[in-house]
Design a protein. Structure first.
Length: 218
């Protein structure tokens, strides 16, 4: 038993000596403008501007030059209204995420690396509605369980400590389970299964498909 313990201790020390901690984060932003112009009915015409953003700090551990493990904690607004609508009803959404991940560099050339990121975890999306001057009311709630997600990441080395990266999630492969409660006052719950094998260039600039981040290796 002592020999087994000593072997694991030696392996742990050997890995730790060559490893580095890192700290970083991502930021994603999307703005959408929906225009409807009716010459005969200007009351129904609208110029509705909505947006979404996410801030996702993450930290991890570089086991080697190719392999790293980490944790991403995301918070943001998947949907919020900026301006332009004449409607009295406003619907905003608040989101969060908690995703452990593993990254492996499959190709490196000078300062550039192509990395595959595999992640799992859980996230949520909560709708808040507001009618005229009334108090905000809670709406639907969705909990998303990420069983597995694999996406390519482009990594660029600025210095020995600073790195930039972008996750190309419009090329991802994954499986999620979504649990939605449409109204907090009822017991109705719906479950959805989402399988993804995505190659979708039309959605490159959407919030969930392209984020830009940076991290610092200590």
């Amino acid at each position: 038993m002592k020999k087994i313990f000593m072997i694991f201790a030696i392996l742990f020390i050997a890995v730790t000596v060559n490893a580095q901690w890192y700290l970083g984060g991502e930021f994603g932003l999307q703005v959408r403008n929906d225009r409807l112009k009716l010459e005969d009915d200007k009351e129904l015409s609208k110029n509705d501007v909505t947006g979404s953003f996410i801030v996702a700090p993450n930290f991890g551990y570089c086991i080697s030059d190719k392999l790293a493990v980490g944790l991403r904690v995301g918070v943001g607004l998947p949907q919020f209204r900026i301006s332009g609508t004449k409607e009295k009803d406003h619907y905003n959404k608040v989101g969060w995420a908690f995703y452990p991940y593993v990254r492996y560099a499959v190709f490196t050339h000078k300062r550039f690396s192509v990395v595959l990121e595999g992640s799992l975890g859980v996230g949520g999306e909560h709708q808040i509605s507001k009618v005229e001057n009334e108090k905000p009311v809670k709406g639907s709630t969705t909990i998303n369980v990420r069983v597995l997600n694999i996406a390519p990441v482009l990594d660029f080395k600025l210095t020995d400590h600073w790195y930039l990266y972008t996750a190309l999630r419009f090329l991802e492969i994954g499986y999620d389970i979504g649990i939605t409660k449409p109204n907090p006052d009822v017991k109705t719950v719906s479950t959805s299964h989402n399988f993804r094998f995505i190659v979708n260039a039309d959605n490159v600039l959407s919030l969930t498909n392209l984020t830009i981040g940076a991290y610092y290796k200590f």
